[in-house]
Structures are given as structure tokens and as C-alpha cells.
Design a protein around this ligand. Sequence first.
Ligand code: HEC
Ligand code: HEC
Length: 339
Amino acid sequence: MDTGQVFLIAAVVLGPAAILWAVFWTRQSRARKPAALLGIPPAMRPGAPDEKLEGPRLERVQIGGVLSLLVLVPFIVFYWLPERERQEAFAERFEHGSVERGELIYNAPPPLEEDISAVQFKEEEKALSLGQGCINCHGPEGAGGLANPAYRDPATGYAVAWAAPPLNNVFTRWDDEIVRFTIERGRPGTPMPTWGVEYGGSMTEMMIDDVMAYLHSIQVPLEELPENCEDPTKTDQLTCGQEIFEVRCAVCHGPEGSGREGRGTREQPWYPGMALWKGDVRHLPAFTGRDSHYITIVNGRRFAFMPPFGEAPAQGIPLPPNPLTEAQIRAVMAYERTL
Ligand code: HEC
Ligand code: HEC
């Protein structure tokens, strides 16, 4: 606060106080009426006669009322006119603060030096207390990376490189509910830890709100599908199927649908994607009538973390943010069946 502000506040608080004191003192020192001298309480003294009460005195009171109304009306108008703007500015400030905290949560806390000065500590305090280190696995600004430390496969004992998906496009796959569900509970059986405090993690609900606000703020648009694949029936269906797969599906199913089954070699074991599936879809009937391959892609499997891709999935399944047309789904199916 600078001295100008101090003086302003002093003037606003002390000014009226001084005026009230002045009024009090002048009234005190005025000659007191006989009734007051006798100590008769004001309520028991005889009132003024009607001629006095209803004469000029009444008019004075009425004029006073009209004048204060004239002051009050514009005051209310001027107070409330900018109210919407003020509230919007508040919402914006809250949102901004949430994103800022979310970024600190997403990043790793800075190392705490032993002989840090109080001033330096104050600067780093928030980052130290909020940092959860999503960045260690999901990469800077949600670009994606590998689980760190590497995941040890309980079946083989190998340390495998497990892809931590990019989060700067997570909302092109999922709605807020699934993203929150995943952050709060983690994904058991994968390196994604549990974060929600209700499930034994380290993040309060507000921290999860904040990190989600941050994720929303770093979203990049999804890679476009090639133009000639808008209607794959007119072009080479398999080529389109492959391109659609790479843009939309490979993030989870791994390149060429190798999924988690692609264990690599003993020297270099790796999991290139996050789905358990390696592209073997032959057990899923694809003929009309029992078309479970098609239905799986249209509806997804919400809580098994396969997103829906149909333009109109079954009732109760949220509309996907980036739906595929029926012909595109058929193309990607055809490609999958060649893998
Ligand atoms: C967010 C990650 C994710 C994305 C993106 C994704 N999938 Fe999946 N998918 C999964 C998971 C996880 C499963 C396994 C679900 C289960 O356990 O039932 C799965 C299962 C499937 C299955 C069923 C496999 C089986 O053996 O039953 C098919 C078919 C499939 N996905 C096709 C696709 C296609 C086609 C796309 C792209 C248009 C796609 N997926 C995009 C995660 C994903
Ligand atoms: C130890 C590594 C690790 C850390 C730390 C980590 N994650 Fe993950 N996360 C993963 C992996 C691996 C997956 C994919 C799991 C799978 O295979 O299904 C994942 C999946 C996710 C998903 C789902 C993505 C999708 O497309 O389905 C979200 C959202 C997510 N993480 C958010 C976070 C947030 C927020 C944090 C920090 C609070 C965080 N993660 C910290 C490894 C990690």
C-alpha cells in the first residue's frame, strides 16, 4: 500500500468520525432545556403541539426524504450498472488462478535447497506445496511421454516402457467425467497412480479441478483426417482406415495396433500403447446382425476406457467430441482386420 492509499483510507474513516464528534460536542455545550436539567427522560417529556409538528417541520422532513431519494436512485443505478462486468471479471480471475495453480500441480515441485532464504522460500512455496509431478510421465505441457520410473510387469518382471498418453488432447477422446474419474482413481494395473484424496491419493477435489482447468488450457486441436478420407467408400478404403487409425486410435492401441501385447524383446521390452488389445479383433463378429466390432467402435466401452466414435452412440453414452462417419468406421474396421 502506498502513502496515497493510506491517506485516502484515513480521510474516509477519520473524516466522518471527526464530523460526528464535532456535532456531538456542539450539542453537548448548547444550553440544556429545563426538562433535561431535571433528568426527565426524552420519551416522558411533553411532545411538541400539532401546529408545530405538522407545519414547517413536517415539510422539512418531507423535503429531506425527497432529497435522499434523489441521491439514492442514481446511486443504485451507478452501483448496479457495472455489476455484471464486475462479476464476469471475478469469474475470469478465478479461472485464471485455477489454471495457474493447475500448472504448478502438473509440474514437479522444485528441489528444496537446504540453506534457502526466507524470501526465496516464499517465492517457491506454492510450487513446492502443489507440485504433483504429472510432468514426469505425461511430459512438458502434456505432450506425452513414458511412465517414469518404468513400470515393472508383474507377469514377466521386465521393466517396460509404458506410454503415458499425451494430455494436451485428452479432451478430444474424453469428456470431463472420465478425465476426472481417471485422475481421482488412477488406472489400477497401469502406472497411472491414484490422486484423489478419497481414494488414498494426495490431491483434494480443488486440486483436481485446478489440474483439469490447466489441462483444458493446454489443449491442441486434433490432427485432421486426410480430406480424401471424408468418404472412404470413394477412395482406397484400407489406406484411409490406416490413416484414421493413426490419428484417432494409435494413441491407445499403439502403432499398428500392437497395444500392450507388443512386449518387445528381453533387452528392450516396451508397451507402445495403453490398451490391452493387440489388434486381434477376429473374435469380434463383423457381419451385420452381430456386428460387435462395429458396435465397440460406435459406443466404446466407457469404463474400460475405450472411447465412443459413432456420430450417435447408444442412449446414455455422451456424444464423442470427434465422431467418425459410418463409412470411416467401416474403413478403420477393415484396416484393423488386416493387422
Ligand atoms: C483412450 C484410448 C483408446 C482410444 C483412443 C481407442 N481405443 Fe479402442 N480400446 C481401448 C481400450 C482400453 C480397449 C479395451 C477395452 C476392454 O478392455 O474391453 C479398447 C478396445 C477396442 C476394441 C475391442 C478389442 C477387443 O478385443 O475386444 C476395438 C475393436 C477397438 N478398441 C477399436 C478402436 C478404434 C478403431 C479406435 C480409433 C477409432 C480406438 N479403438 C481408439 C482404448 C482406446
Ligand atoms: C508414474 C507415471 C504417471 C504419473 C506421475 C501420472 N500419470 Fe497419468 N497416466 C499414466 C499412464 C501410464 C497412463 C495410461 C494408463 C493406461 O495405460 O491406461 C495415464 C493416463 C492418464 C489419463 C487418461 C488419458 C486417456 O487418454 O485416457 C489422464 C487424464 C491422466 N493420466 C492424468 C494425469 C494427471 C493429471 C497426473 C498428475 C496429477 C498424472 N496423470 C500423473 C502415467 C502417469
